[in-house]
Design a protein around this ligand. Structure first.
Ligand SMILES: [Zn+2]
Length: 181
């Protein structure tokens, strides 16, 4: 026997019965602004009703770059994950291409954002020598990290020490959500 399907947003399914709100009225305390698109959601909502952002992972405006995309784009083989970031990976090489050999070459870092588009991104780049000692620390601002497009940044040789950089770590300091491309 056919029955009208009960329409219920997907994000309600895992909320315990006792936490479900009755009706659709929203009170001040029960409303949560999405840090990505700013639209209002119920306090207990797991996903933003407008843009789909995972609100259970989002931490206020600090969420940009740290919330996993539901369909992340896989990074290229050999890419390393960035610290404190979701869906952000990088590869690096000497600025002219290939592995750095001398300590006098610039470095090129390719950032692979497989998640939500980001803008006004601040990254901390830390370079270590072969013995693991920190020899480079640069906070780098990147205007935009679109989704699915490699973004290349270069560290000129004059910002680098004479010693050869053997390892690079990239940490996300902060970011804003960027426009959909
Ligand atoms: Zn949203």
């Amino acid at each position: 026997m056919a029955r009208a399907a009960k329409v219920r947003p997907a994000d309600d399914r895992k909320i315990p019965e006792g936490r479900r709100r009755i009706g659709t009225e929203m009170t001040g305390a029960g409303v949560r602004a999405c840090p990505r698109c700013r639209s209002s959601n119920r306090g207990g909502a797991r996903y933003c009703a407008r843009c789909g952002l995972n609100l259970s992972e989002a931490v206020a405006s600090d969420a940009a770059g740290r919330v996993r995309h539901p369909r992340p784009i896989a990074p290229p083989a050999g890419a390393q994950p960035a610290n404190a970031a979701a869906d952000l990976h990088f590869t690096w090489e000497a600025a002219w291409g290939g592995r750095p050999i001398l300590g006098t070459e610039g470095l090129a870092i390719a950032l692979h954002n497989g998640g939500y588009p980001l803008r006004d991104v601040i990254l901390r780049l830390i370079g270590r020598d072969a013995k693991g000692a920190e020899i480079v620390r640069i906070d780098q601002t990147v205007e935009e990290l679109p989704r699915g497009i490699a973004t290349r940044i270069e560290i000129p040789s004059y910002e680098l020490p004479d010693r050869s950089v053997a390892a690079i770590a990239v940490t996300l300091v902060s970011a804003e959500f960027g426009p959909e491309s």
